[in-house]
Design a protein around this ligand. Structure first.
Ligand code: SF4
Length: 434
């Protein structure tokens, strides 16, 4: 019998949980350093007590930046076996979390398979699943139906749930009056907004927040406070709708912490580069240092097909300025359900952004592999370079495809190789170029 309900409660009581110990070890921190951060809500250890195969991770701006991979079937692409293969491949490639966004078929079976086989943190968006679970149209669902789905996901072992608690009936007028270019682009946010306009009722995730907190406390589900009003284009960034919702998310963070429920706060969206750092600072102030989970930010709107790059640029800036968790974006963003290659491209872009930010933040040990790579490059040791590479297979394939005449160099410069010339020059050797 656990003497605590959540990791936050354990930390506040001075109880060292197995999860806390493991996270401290991974992050090169002492337990005594990590515990007050979890107690204060600055680090979330998303670990549902029913997710037995979880390899726990901490999410916090002072820790290694984590990345999330969105997967799940849709009506157009509904093969759960292929989706499970993508999940395991994503974990092998370094995904710290998988968000199951399935919106078709046996969502319960797939969710349970995830929490019984996948060691990464599992997140869901219960409002998506409500329509599928009940097989009823949105307008016919009741507030109780939505809350019951949150409970179901909690019982199934989901580690964090995105809940769009921050929009209220006031948001309806604001969206209508403010005339944003892209209105609401959050899928869950748009469903909550649509339900409110069709039923005339208040947002159930806001109105019954206390009941939701009780469920999350019982199973230790971290609430990821969704940003329904995240900007969906550069022109809407940092507008009244976004900031007003953020203020409410700050209030909801405080209420969750009063019940020892862990919280993350979701963030933009699309945003010009010069606004990202300021947004991170505002979020940290309003939400009292709760881990920030950013969806991008995409730094331009005009690169469909390359949005893994537009979001990696924004993600790197965001994480270097305090974001703790990056949601990957694939080249298929705005275009289609990602295939296996899109998923790989998205993960790599996100990993690079997270790693670059960790180096800038001086996360302990972040630059170790970069230093090893520099040593390997200096002596033109290609095997050692593969061992340091984030994606050695791709690197090897490119080199093999365009092999050099001068074996120790590469075909970029051949005998003009600067590294080779410098090594020989510093050793007093003759440098043959022709
Ligand atoms: S040949 Fe040029 S690009 Fe290739 S390893 Fe040498 S210096 Fe670097």
């Amino acid at each position: 019998m656990r003497e605590y309900k959540t990791q936050m409660e354990a930390a506040r009581k001075g109880i060292v949980t197995e999860e806390l110990k493991k996270v401290a070890q991974k992050e090169h921190l002492r337990v005594e350093e990590l515990m007050p951060l979890v107690a204060a809500g600055k680090v979330a250890i998303c670990a549902n007590k029913n997710h037995k195969c979880l390899d726990p991770q901490g999410v916090g701006s002072m820790l290694r930046t984590k990345i999330n991979v969105n997967l799940g079937v849709s009506r157009d692409w509904k093969d759960y076996d292929i989706e499970m293969q993508k999940v395991m491949a994503a974990v092998d490639m370094g995904a710290d979390a998988i968000m199951d966004l399935s919106s078709h078929g046996d969502t319960t079976g797939f969710r349970r398979k995830l929490t019984s086989e996948c060691p990464a943190m599992i997140g869901t968006v219960p409002v998506y699943d409500s329509v599928i679970h009940y097989q009823r149209d949105l307008a016919t669902l009741t507030a109780k139906d939505f809350i019951d789905v949150v409970r179901l996901h909690a019982e199934d072992g989901v580690d964090f749930v995105t809940l769009h608690c921050g929009i209220t009936r006031k948001t309806i007028d604001q969206i209508k009056n403010h005339k944003r270019k892209m209105n609401i682009v959050s899928r869950g946010g748009s469903l909550v907004f649509a339900w409110m306009t069709m039923t005339g009722e208040e947002n159930p995730f806001y109105e019954y927040y206390d009941e939701i907190l009780d469920i999350c406390r019982e199973y230790d589900v971290t609430i990821s406070l969704g940003d329904a009003c995240r900007p969906g284009c550069l022109a809407d960034a940092s507008d009244v709708c976004q900031i007003e919702e953020l203020v409410r998310l700050g209030e909801l963070t405080k209420r969750a912490w009063e019940k020892d429920v862990q919280v993350m706060v979701e963030g933009p969206g699309h945003m010009p580069m010069d606004q990202i750092a300021a947004n991170m600072k505002i979020q940290q102030t309003i939400c009292m240092g709760a881990p920030f989970y950013v969806l991008g930010p995409l730094v331009t709107d005009i690169a469909p097909g390359y949005d893994h790059i537009t979001s990696a640029i924004g993600g790197a800036i965001a994480a270097a300025n305090g974001a703790a968790f990056l949601c990957y974006v694939t080249p298929a963003e705005h275009l289609a359900l990602p295939n296996v290659d899109d998923v790989k491209q998205g993960i790599m872009a996100s990993k690079i952004a997270a790693h670059a930010a960790d180096i800038a933040k001086h996360v302990p040990g972040a630059m170790e592999m970069d230093n090893k790579m520099a040593d390997a490059r200096r002596v033109l040791d290609w095997e050692a370079q593969w061992a340091c590479a984030m994606d050695p297979e791709t690197a090897k394939a490119i080199r093999a495809d365009r092999a050099p005449e001068q074996e120790d160099t590469c075909s970029m410069c051949g005998k003009f190789c600067a590294v080779r010339s410098m090594n020989k020059a510093l050793n007093g050797e003759y440098i043959d170029i022709l």
